[in-house]
Write a protein of this length. Structure first.
Length: 394
């Protein structure tokens, strides 16, 4: 069956359809990873996007549920040069084709993905329409022209309810803006008691969970589309150690008075070099984002730059000068890799322990006792007879 990909600049690609029949629209982006297509498919940060893989052979090791980064794929379309129909891997449970069919995602293969990538690099990411229909080109162009990019991706991919991954060490609340499973796994394997909460959880609710530290997860879209998250972070700064990743990095920057802007074609792949300004060491990192913190906006804020991208000199890491809060634009949990930057989770745990040493916190039992006492007093006050001055004085 034939499939077509139409870009907003009028460029039309015609290839073979795989996955689901139908039609989808989204922002067309490219990922330069050689491996890791399963993690790309299941990364919530791709919500609302049609993803192009620059590596020509995709699907050769099949699909394994254990390697998913979320419960389901959120991408709006998948573009490859060639998709392998018969994978070779003892762990493979099924093919990319069957996965896309299961979740209603349209795929296109046998097109010149190098040409498509060059267009996106030159002109920037753009809107696209991917279809298996026989609609006239004019109708597709009209449909694409009326399309607007999604602005509510975080609400779509965030958990709907609180869930816990029990541990016996530091309690970390993860604000889920579209968290990859790798972040939770990295915290859990360090013994953390992980509590994952929805993106719109209030600061007061988080305080009641008595965390030792707070993780701001990755997620899709423009950080300015979730202003409630910025307000929550502002309220929690200084009360708990904070570690932000990707979208969480951008939100921390906004909460500290910095600004963000859209990149021309973003950073997506597992081969991006990042320099640690403190040590001078270069790390190869996994990245997936279309926005960045602007360098000029850092002046006058309490933030300092800790890492930069060696390709385009954009900001890749920030640290608060006086409070226990830091962030990186890339993915230290990697998934699928590289794992050069996993030490940042250890740094986060160390910052939690130092914070507790410098500023001893009441035990969770003491916090729970104080809350119970406060509720009891409030209940007694509500039950008091109106006008009973003697009771009020007590």
């Amino acid at each position: 069956m034939q499939a077509r990909l139409l870009l907003e600049d009028g460029t039309l690609f015609t290839g073979k359809a795989f996955g689901s029949d139908g039609e989808s629209t989204g922002e067309v982006v490219f990922n330069t990873g050689i491996t890791g297509y399963q993690e790309v498919l299941s990364d919530p940060s791709y919500c609302g996007q049609i993803v192009t893989m620059t590596y020509p052979l995709i699907g050769n090791y099949g699909i394994t549920r254990d390697d998913f980064e979320s419960v389901r794929p959120y991408i709006h379309g998948f573009v490859v040069r060639h998709h392998e129909e018969v994978p070779s891997n003892w762990r493979a449970q099924y093919t990319i084709d069957s996965l896309l069919k299961e979740y209603g995602i349209v795929g296109i293969s046998d097109i010149d993905t190098r040409m498509l990538t060059r267009i996106l690099r030159h002109h920037g990411t753009m809107k696209g329409l991917l279809t298996t229909s026989n609609k006239p080109l004019g109708e597709l162009q009209e449909q694409l022209g009326a399309m607007t990019l999604m602005r509510d991706q975080v609400a779509r991919v965030s958990t709907r309810s609180v869930f816990v991954c029990p541990g016996d060490r530091e309690r970390v609340v993860v604000l889920d803006y579209g968290s990859k499973g790798g972040i939770i796994r990295d915290l859990a394997k360090r013994g953390c008691d992980v509590i994952v909460v929805p993106h719109d959880t209030t600061a007061d609710t988080i305080r009641r969970l008595a965390p030792d530290g707070i993780m701001l997860s990755n997620g899709p879209g423009d950080p300015k589309d979730v202003p409630h998250a910025v307000r929550t972070i502002e309220a929690l700064l200084g009360e708990f150690p904070i570690f932000g990743i990707c979208l969480g990095h951008q939100l921390l920057a906004l909460a500290c008075g910095a600004d963000t802007t859209r990149l021309k074609f973003g950073h997506r792949g597992g081969n991006h070099p990042v320099k640690d300004l403190l040590t001078g060491r270069c790390y190869i990192t996994s990245q997936n984002h279309g926005y960045t913190v602007t360098e000029e906006s850092i002046a006058g804020t309490p933030l300092e730059v800790t890492h930069i991208n060696n390709n385009d000199r954009t900001i890749e890491g920030l640290r608060h000068r006086t409070l226990p809060a830091f962030s990186v634009q890339y993915h230290p949990e990697a998934a699928p890799g590289p794992f050069d930057s996993s030490y940042l989770f250890d740094d986060f745990i160390a910052s939690i322990r130092k914070f507790k040493e410098d500023r001893p916190q009441p035990s969770r039992q003491a916090v729970m006792f104080a809350e119970a006492k406060q509720k009891k007093q409030a209940s007694a006050s509500d039950a008091a007879p109106k006008g009973d001055l003697t009771y009020a004085q007590k």
